[in-house]
Design a binder for this molecule. Structure first.
Ligand code: ADP
Ligand code: MG
Length: 341
């Protein structure tokens, strides 16, 4: 019997979107079985894991002294090797529980989407973490390719398609043709930096300190890249920096849009630079096919409008932007050719 046959019978096939903000897991024959924030709460002194995912995210900024909530992928790829491994182990084990017992006889085959800009050392680190976390064979795929497959772009055609995946920590821009990445750019700008700009804005304008979770909430409710909802406003709660007393201020979408402009222009620059670096024929394809947005950042109001205005190309937001990458891994792990034998 071939290894391929044995593996197909007796091991699980798992696709993972190891994002800086969210980790999603796809199990073959089942679909997405897990969708959790990439956050781990550990005990400060023993480093023992206390919570993973949404339970740990709720602790961000509110942890008692003996606990700390960590986003191991936050700054770049694997910011914290040990905790990434803990998180992967937790998620792989949870995913494994959803498969029938005979698919647990061999170690799971795991396909992990990683940013296109990562170094060989970082790739190694992801592979090793997954292996230590219980994976058998590990294959890495470039995130923009997975995203493009996940949203159903015709990646195999001899024509260029552009995908822009805006995550928490990074934005990945890629032009894909003939199942390969023709041109790509990965910048360390994403939703987290937008949150930071909101924190700075409230500090400067209102002398008010707010936490990261509040900032993210403000971004989701009020944030925009184009004046499409400038009249919306909301009450924001935080801490007065002068008398250290909790306070509430009314904030409107127009001021948040202005506060978000600097990081938004960095994302725009990445798109422009990728277009600039394209061979003329591929660039020409994009006039008809346009740009597809994916990742949580794609949900920022008016981003599609802004990109259309700035590039002159049609811009689309994928249907489930947060699931684009994991859905792509789900499609790709079905291909026998990606596994060794
Ligand atoms: P990653 O791949 O890095 O894990 P995701 O694709 O899961 O990132 O996207 C997470 C980011 O998307 C977070 O910064 C989150 O705040 C942001 N996000 C989610 N929903 C929205 C929304 N409606 N508007 C703007 N940003 C959003
Ligand atoms: Mg992502």
């Amino acid at each position: 019997m071939s290894t391929q046959f044995l593996a197909r019978m007796f091991s699980a096939y798992i696709g993972i979107d190891l994002g800086t903000a969210n980790c999603l897991v796809f199990v073959k024959d089942q679909g997405v079985v897990l969708n959790e924030p990439s956050v781990v709460a550990i005990k400060v002194n023993t480093h023992e894991v206390r919570a993973v995912g949404s339970e740990a995210k709720e602790m961000l900024g509110k942890t008692p002294e003996n606990l700390m909530a960590i986003r191991p992928m936050k700054d770049g790829v694997i910011g914290n090797y040990e905790v990434t491994e803990d998180m992967l182990r937790h998620f792989i084990q949870r995913a494994i529980r959803t498969v029938p017992w005979f698919k647990r006889i061999l170690r799971p085959r795991v396909l992990i989407a990683v940013p296109s800009g990562i170094t060989e050392v970082e790739r190694r680190a992801v592979m090793d973490s997954a292996k230590h976390a219980g994976a058998g064979e590990v294959v890495l795929v470039e995130e923009p390719m997975a995203a493009a497959v996940g949203v159903g772009l015709p990646v195999a055609e001899a024509a260029g398609s552009m995908i822009v995946d805006i995550g928490g920590g990074t934005t990945e821009v890629a032009v894909i043709s003939l199942s390969g990445i023709a041109n790509a750019k990965s910048v360390r700008v994403g939703g987290d930096i937008l949150d930071q700009h909101i924190i700075q804005h409230l500090k400067k304008e209102y002398n008010m300190q707010i936490g990261e979770l509040t900032a993210e909430q403000v971004k989701i409710t009020l944030g925009s890249a184009y004046p499409v909802k400038d009249d919306v406003c909301m009450d924001v709660k935080g801490l007065n920096m002068i008398d250290r007393i909790p306070k509430v201020v009314k904030v409107n979408a127009a001021e948040i849009r202005k506060a978000l402009q600097p990081p938004i222009s960095n994302i725009l620059e990445a798109v422009r630079a990728t277009l600039d670096g394209c061979k003329p024929d591929l660039a020409a394809d994009l006039i008809d096919r346009g740009i597809m947005l994916a990742g949580g950042g794609a949900k920022l109001a008016g981003l599609d409008k802004l990109l259309t205005e700035e590039t002159g190309l049609p811009v689309f937001v994928s249907e489930e932007p947060l699931n684009a990458v994991v859905n792509g891994t789900g499609v790709m792990l079905q291909e026998n050719s990606i596994w060794s034998a």
